[in-house]
Design a protein around this ligand. Structure first.
Ligand SMILES: [Zn+2]
Length: 117
């Protein structure tokens, strides 16, 4: 019952240049720097997990320290929150974080696993 197409997202994010403007946009709106080590993110460190125009879920992977974060961005208010992510995170915690929008924790984990390969 997945509302998002994981394969499509992964394909789009792996294409060079695809979503580049959006990624730059989210970087500027959410965070340009790794929360853990302070390294500057580049477009290739960012995966847009979900973006319905109103709300977006972004995955960050730092190339310096390999720390991973998810961010939830709400376009209408320009608000975002960002949290560390590791694969041990319980699904419930992730669901709490992603409390709105059409994305399930399973979707996010699917994308996470796909982009982590
Ligand atoms: Zn880092």
């Amino acid at each position: 019952m997945s509302k998002i197409n994981t394969k499509e997202i992964v394909k789009n994010n792996k294409k060079p240049g695809k979503n580049a403007d959006k990624k730059t946009y989210f970087l500027s709106k959410i965070s340009n720097y790794c929360d853990k080590c302070g390294a500057k993110y580049t477009e290739k460190d960012v995966t847009i997990v979900s973006d319905n125009g109103a709300q977006a879920i972004i995955h960050f992977k730092c190339t310096s320290c390999l720390a991973e974060h998810f961010a939830n961005y709400i376009d209408s208010v320009g608000a975002s929150n960002k949290m560390p992510f590791n694969s041990d995170m319980r699904t419930q915690e992730l669901m709490k974080f992603l409390s709105s929008g059409g994305v399930t924790a399973d979707d996010v984990i699917d994308v996470y696993e796909a982009v982590s390969k």
